[in-house]
Design a protein around this ligand. Structure first.
Ligand code: SAM
Length: 226
């Protein structure tokens, strides 16, 4: 079986994949990103753009004044909503191309591993354009993304091409700066669980390269200030 092309029709893919939740929980085993978000989201109106199953929902809800989660995948959004504990949180099943949120209304937009899954460059640009529109002057967009050199990239075969590099350069060319870099890892319960997740998400070839329940992962945070 060839490596799955997740970038193709990613929303439909995430819609149907229950393994994404296990994968997401294993990611950033030391909660370095969570700790960072807890500081910058304090008392802010936060948009989690492409919230998926709500990986960062708990910390963002806890510290923010208001949490808005948007995702194209209805099923992922339902999983996120079940985790919600704040009555004023809002969940919207829509495309980031057209959020219908008011202009200049959001203090902080956090978008973890989302825009890179949108292969159509025109669509991706429309999404970023709308995120910038809804941001308050002085507000920030934080894109949470993968570094080019880590075991996670090698496992997925991204060391053999310029996918991650090209995407990260696209971000930099759109007015973002690198804010933080975190050396972290995926921590699965067992090697078998890690393999099963990678099999379901990336296919048999990638899964066969998984040798441990711990997988090194380097994360980079990009920041845009309006
Ligand atoms: C790799 S997942 C990341 C999910 C979550 N942010 C996390 O860190 O676990 C990408 C998410 O972006 C969503 N997504 C992709 N394109 C989108 C779009 N145009 N509008 C809204 N959500 C989108 C997918 O449905 C999916 O839930």
């Amino acid at each position: 079986m060839k490596e799955k092309n997740l970038l193709k029709d990613s929303s439909a893919y995430y819609e149907n994949n229950d393994y994404y939740e296990i994968f997401s929980k294993a990611e950033d085993g030391e909660s370095k990103v969570v700790n960072y978000l807890s500081k910058i989201a304090k008392d802010k109106i936060v948009l989690d753009a492409g919230c998926g199953t709500g990986k960062f929902l708990q910390i963002l809800e806890d510290v923010s004044s208001k949490y808005i989660g948007i995702d194209l995948s209805f099923n992922q959004l339902v999983k996120a909503k079940i985790k919600s504990r704040k009555e004023n949180s809002i969940f919207v099943n829509t495309n980031l191309k057209d959020t219908m949120l008011c202009s200049d209304s959001i203090d902080l937009i956090v978008s973890p591993w989302v825009l890179g899954t949108i292969t159509d460059l025109g669509d991706r640009e429309l999404c970023l354009q709308d995120l910038k529109r809804v941001l308050k002057p002085g507000g920030k967009i934080i894109l949470i993304e993968n570094e080019e050199d880590s075991e996670f990239e090698t496992l997925r075969g991204h060391d053999k091409d310029t996918r991650t590099k090209d995407y990260n350069n696209w971000i930099l060319n759109n007015g973002f700066k690198v804010m933080e870099r975190f050396n972290t890892y995926f921590k699965f319960d067992s090697k078998d669980e890690a393999r099963k997740c990678f099999l379901e998400i990336y296919g048999v070839e990638v899964a066969s390269r998984v040798k441990s329940e711990l997988i090194e992962h380097k994360i980079v945070l990009f920041e845009f200030v309006k």
